[in-house]
Design a protein around this ligand. Structure first.
Ligand code: HEC
Length: 376
């Protein structure tokens, strides 16, 4: 039996030749045209009168849906399902939902663009396009530009089509047949993947079911069954009705530094320098002092800033008797909290390094103030 006709094909050497041929062929009354090119060709959609792709509309709709569903999801979790007060903000603090909404938009948008293009508009998976069986397909994928005249409602005048293509400059004209494909069953490998997937699901749920149904196999039942309060659960024992209690008044966190909470007069004095006076501590102190303090206080601590004249403040002379007499704790407070126009260094210098700097400042002070007996 003769196979039905797919169309008459001609090859063109360049994209320009193809674009020029399209109106020629149309002039001869053939309007059902298709082009096959090795790469996207500008202007081909217009030349073939292809309608504008609806992919953009689909992506817009789905991306909006992504944003809206993310908004609703955030709204539902933060106001209905699990309202949790965060830093005193309102439950429906929508600005915080914007990043997830953005992600929802992009996720659904990109998936729609890729999958919609492949499966909705190009109807994949379909490996039976008759063009794939044409002699020309190898060259089309590499270097040639093909124009195919498809049969219209009233069939196709093959002779006329060949003549029209020839007149338009087409070469290697070929009549392509369209074999009828029976809908093939699933390939063996897709069945295998499906079977393994199904087996995993069954095994997973099965195990969970066995563990729940036969308590002997439950690990650490004692812990699970003990009388206890779940986090965030309501409770009748305490007057507050909360399961989780607030810490008692005056509780001190383990990382609490009283000095940073107190003013310059108090906290500082209570703190002792925890570091021993060793070479490595002094070395560490020198490095950190030279990095952080020397620009303003000078490497000897004399307070002669190296900064240019735009820096108006007058850094304190660390050799002065005020600083000499100040306690280590006080200096620690100054470094951590800053002092007048001197910035705070708590965020830049670790506590140990701050203490090391103070050890080094003490050494600097001694170096400029040696008693007479040291030289005699
Ligand atoms: C940006 C410049 C600058 C840097 C860097 C700087 N300081 Fe200062 N520091 C100052 C100025 C300015 C003052 C004087 C503030 C005032 O009295 O107005 C000062 C004052 C001090 C004082 C005296 C506080 C008092 O009670 O009078 C000490 C001690 C001190 N700095 C130590 C340090 C140490 C240690 C470092 C390094 C971690 C450091 N500074 C880094 C600018 C700086």
């Amino acid at each position: 039996m003769l196979e039905p006709l797919f169309g008459v094909l001609a090859l063109f050497p360049t994209a320009d030749d193809l674009l020029k041929a399209i109106p020629e062929v149309k002039k001869r009354g053939f309007t059902k045209l298709e082009a096959y090119t090795p790469y996207p060709v500008h202007g081909i959609d217009e030349a073939l009168d292809l309608p504008k792709s609806k992919l953009g509309v689909l992506v817009f709709l789905m991306a909006s849906l992504g944003a809206i569903s993310m908004f609703l999801f955030e709204w539902w979790t933060s106001t209905v399902s699990y309202p949790l007060l965060t830093a005193g903000k309102a439950y429906n603090g929508w600005p915080a939902w914007v990043p997830p909404m953005l992600e929802g938009t992009i996720l659904v948008g990109t998936f729609t663009a890729a999958l919609g293009m492949l499966f909705v508009f190009n109807r994949l998976p379909f490996f039976g396009n008759p063009m794939l069986r044409s002699k020309a397909i190898d060259r089309i994928t590499r270097e040639k530009f093909a124009l195919v005249i498809r049969p219209g409602a009233g069939g196709l005048d093959t002779g006329g089509a060949i003549a029209a293509l020839k007149a338009a400059g087409g070469e290697d004209i070929e009549v392509v047949q369209a074999p009828r494909y029976s809908k093939a069953g699933l390939a063996w490998w897709s069945k295998a993947i499906g079977a393994v997937g199904a087996a995993c699901v069954v095994a997973g749920y099965g195990t969970a079911w066995v563990i729940r149904t036969f308590p002997t196999t439950r690990p650490m039942v004692e812990m699970e069954d003990q009388p206890r309060l779940d986090a965030q659960a309501a409770d009748t024992f305490f007057a507050s009705g909360r399961g989780m209690q607030l810490p008692p008044d005056g509780t001190v966190p383990r990382t609490f530094m009283p000095i940073l909470a107190a003013g310059p007069g108090d906290g500082g004095k209570a703190l002792m320098n925890p570091l021993p006076v060793t070479d490595s501590v002094l070395e560490r102190g020198r490095t950190q002092f030279d990095i952080h303090c020397a620009v303003c206080h000078d490497r000897l601590g004399t307070g002669k800033a190296w900064l240019d004249s735009t820096y108006k403040a007058q850094p304190t002379d660390l050799q002065s008797s005020t600083v000499r007499d100040a306690s280590d704790g006080y200096l620690y407070w100054v470094i951590s909290r800053g002092f007048a126009s001197m910035p705070a260094y708590a965020a830049d210098i670790s506590p140990d390094d701050r203490w090391a700097i103070i050890r080094y400042v003490r050494a600097l002070q001694r170096s400029q103030d040696a008693p007479m007996r040291d030289v005699k």
